[in-house]
Design a protein around this ligand. Structure first.
Ligand SMILES: Cc1cc2nc3c(=O)[nH]c(=O)nc-3n(C[C@H](O)[C@H](O)[C@H](O)COP(=O)(O)OP(=O)(O)OC[C@H]3O[C@@H](n4cnc5c(N)ncnc54)[C@H](O)[C@@H]3O)c2cc1C
Length: 422
């Protein structure tokens, strides 16, 4: 059996391991335009900050592919899939035949439509090469502008601050982390970032222009403000890499549409990770959840099925976390309530008000939560209640009194925060 895996991230590598578990003899080829072995994207901003050593970024040894009997084509991207001939064309003009193909090419950063956005000194953070360029730029830079107030932008801002830069985070929306929290969380979220020395958060404004002679020197904002800066990092979200699915008959929506075996609409072709629409338990529907854990799990399910073991993907619950200078925010499942959902906001009576939880219930089930401060200790338990679709009617009172351990006995967090329901 010939397997081709497009992508060397968590989805691709998990699939490779799963295939090998089932089929020790099959021919496996992993393709990636990057030349590095499998590494952690989650650690990239910590590496920029100088808190993680270069070798610690890597998640497998150098001989990993060889030990797993897999060939690699690194430094080349898939450019075209030909399902009729069961072949993939690569940017280096190679053509690979397959019996089973996995699409695990992840996503790419969105490029905002802003004049000057292509000037040298404007960066994106998706790969190790991107991180290296940013780290290099920080050695001579003093002032940075980060465009976007999402998870990657805020992590990047923390990395740049750790390098001693003064950082402006420019956010279109009126709040930070707007994709994973709700308007009512805005003040509690902002409190985590507000007092950081060297960090300026500018809400409700856009970068309208990037200027400089030959490279970035300043940005202009929709408010009329000008910020002199040496680098700009754009974090305005990502788009699934669907280019080579065009004209193939592979059904796509926001991402590649898959069934619970991670099969696409074209026989023999599977998809997993950031480019796939996997089942989201909290929403009760398919969604592109750009999460490391979903990519690992989906890749594994795809790999097993590609190799002939029948396994289904039960779905995942989105869990995003951001730590910033000792503060922590976790967003779980469905954080924006729909009609009929019940919402409870819990805050501490402590003067700094730093512990916060907002729980979203749908009927007798927990659907989502935003947790800040010591409330994040309960994230694992709450995630598991959402993932198992547990009937929480019996323990709802405990949850709302802050006894969010499962089943309210593992560890009593109520004493931590004299929580009050509002
Ligand atoms: C800075 C940063 C911080 C993050 N922090 C978190 C976090 O804290 N928690 C979390 O859950 N998630 C986090 N994420 C998101 C997480 O990294 C992704 O959800 C995850 O990597 C998706 O895995 P994937 O295998 O689908 O795609 P990727 O990891 O993006 O891997 C895609 C692979 O496909 C390759 N590829 C691209 N195009 C082609 C092509 N045409 N042909 C062949 N190969 C191709 C790429 O080179 C790469 O090897 C973070 C992401 C970034 C960038």
């Amino acid at each position: 059996m010939k397997y081709v895996i497009l992508g060397n991230g968590p989805a691709g590598v998990s699939a490779l391991k799963a295939i090998r578990e089932v089929d020790q003899a099959g021919d496996i080829t992993v393709v990636s335009p990057e030349t590095w072995r499998y590494y952690s994207k989650i650690l990239l901003t910590h590496w920029i900050a100088g808190k993680v050593r270069f070798p610690d970024l890597f998640l497998v040894d150098e001989d990993f592919y060889e030990m797993n009997g897999a060939k690699t084509v690194f430094g080349a991207a898939a450019t075209r899939i030909d399902p009729a001939r069961k072949a993939v064309e690569l940017s280096n003009r190679q053509r690979l035949g397959y019996d089973r193909l996995l699409l695990a090419m992840g996503s790419s950063p969105q490029v905002p439509d802003v004049r000057g956005i292509r000037l040298p000194g404007v960066h994106y953070l998706r790969t190790f090469d991107d991180a290296e360029r940013i780290a290099q730029a920080t050695s001579s830079a003093r002032r940075a502008v980060v465009i976007g107030g999402g998870l990657v932008s805020l992590k990047t801002a923390e990395g740049l601050l750790a390098r001693g830069l003064e950082v402006w985070v420019v956010v279109s929306s009126g709040r930070l982390l707007s994709q994973i929290t709700a308007p009512e969380d805005a003040a509690a979220v902002l409190r985590i970032f507000k007092e950081a020395p060297g960090l300026h958060i500018l809400l409700n404004c856009d970068v309208t222009r990037v200027e400089g002679r030959g490279r970035v020197e300043r940005v202009l904002l929709s408010t009329g403000q000008r910020i002199e800066c040496d680098i700009v990092v754009v974090g305005k979200g990502v788009t699934p890499n669907l280019l080579c699915t065009r004209g193939t008959g592979i059904a796509t929506g926001r991402g590649v549409i898959v069934n619970d075996r991670m099969e696409t609409s074209v026989p023999g072709i599977y998809a997993a990770g950031d480019l796939a629409e996997g089942f989201d338990i909290a929403r009760g529907s398919a969604a592109v959840n750009a999460l490391w854990s979903s990519a690992v799990w989906q890749g594994r399910v795809a790999g097993y099925n590609m190799a002939g073991r029948d396994v289904t993907y039960a779905g995942d619950v989105a869990m995003n976390s951001v730590t910033f200078r000792g503060g922590c925010i976790v967003a779980l499942g469905k954080t924006r309530p729909a009609d009929g959902d019940e919402v409870y906001t819990l805050t501490t009576r402590r003067s700094d008000d730093s512990d916060y939880a907002r729980l979203v219930f749908r009927g007798s089930r927990l659907a989502g939560a935003v947790l800040i401060g010591r409330a994040v200790e309960t994230a694992g338990v709450l995630r598991s209640l959402i993932a198992r679709r547990s009937d929480v009617a019996r323990i709802k009172g405990d949850l709302l009194r802050g006894r969010m351990s499962y089943p309210c006995m593992v560890k009593d967090v109520a004493g931590l925060c004299a929580l009050v329901a509002s």
